[in-house]
Write a protein that binds this ligand. Sequence first.
Ligand code: PBG
Length: 336
Amino acid sequence: MRGAKLARVFPTQRPRRLRRTAAIRTLVRETTLSPSDLILPLFFNEVLDAPRPISTMPGVSQLPVSAAAETARIAQAAGLGGVILFGLPRTKDAIGSSSYDPEGPVPRAVRAMKDAAPDLVVITDVCVDEYTDHGHCGVLKANLRGELEVDNDATLSILAKSALVHAKAGADIVAPSDMMDGRVAALRKALDGEGFSETPILSYAVKYASSFYGPFREAADCAPKFGDRSGYQMDPGNAREALLEARLDEDEGADMLMVKPALPYLDIVARVRAVTTLPIGAYNVSGEYAMIKAAAAANMIDERRAVLELLTSIRRAGADFILTYHALDAARWMRG
Ligand code: PBG
């Protein structure tokens, strides 16, 4: 017994043996990363004729719908796992009715992308914040004190209409990001009712009220005009609640779950991984991207190494796939 124990320590044990050559390191690597693990977020702005750079997200632009086909071909050629589409509509109103316009920027872009690259997985973000004039993720009602709040149940039918319009346009997967209770069941029912029982739902099940969405709100023009989103997105201090959210969405029929943001919440990715057999995605959000870009621009880090390392860390925590603005760069770097 004693001998067996000794054999497990230095100098018998030398973990460096398996680090000596690149080939051995590759052989024993536990976590791998491939372009097909990555999903590229895209912003289609109905009023644009040419790409418009987003100042807070260097390298990312809002795109005209006319760029959808070419963008789909690029994403497919890079071997990406997919793309996820956000829309910036021409008009906004109190209930976000342009979110279910079949001629809105997302349905039009979906049709063009599926025509140009039929094998590319096209996911649509389902939420109304880009479509409401107040910027919240649902319709508003006054509470007893006369303050405006997001009305959970009244929002569900709007989300369902929007998901249906996306599915009819040819979206492969719909992804509700609003954090209303019961939205997965509402979407499942609406999709099934119209013959889309085969369309999967990727639920942003565990979405925190995060400062790291800052740059996205410029990108998608969806900053709330008053208050914040802490009445519906999760409190950063909570981990058990993440397991509740994951279970509820799974029970309502979600096919895949997402944790968002990614890097400040890797513990949550690992904890959700431990309790579900569903595929898990993690969203490496705009603020995470902006930090890397700023540090790289200031020559403080090596962008390529940092990006591949952080994407690997998200996979190691338990994510099957990653939504990331680095997707095209990372795919190129992986090819060498
Ligand atoms: C809501 C939505 C947001 C993001 C994705 N979907 C913003 C928010 O909740 O405020 C953020 C993504 C990012 O920061 O990259 N439709």
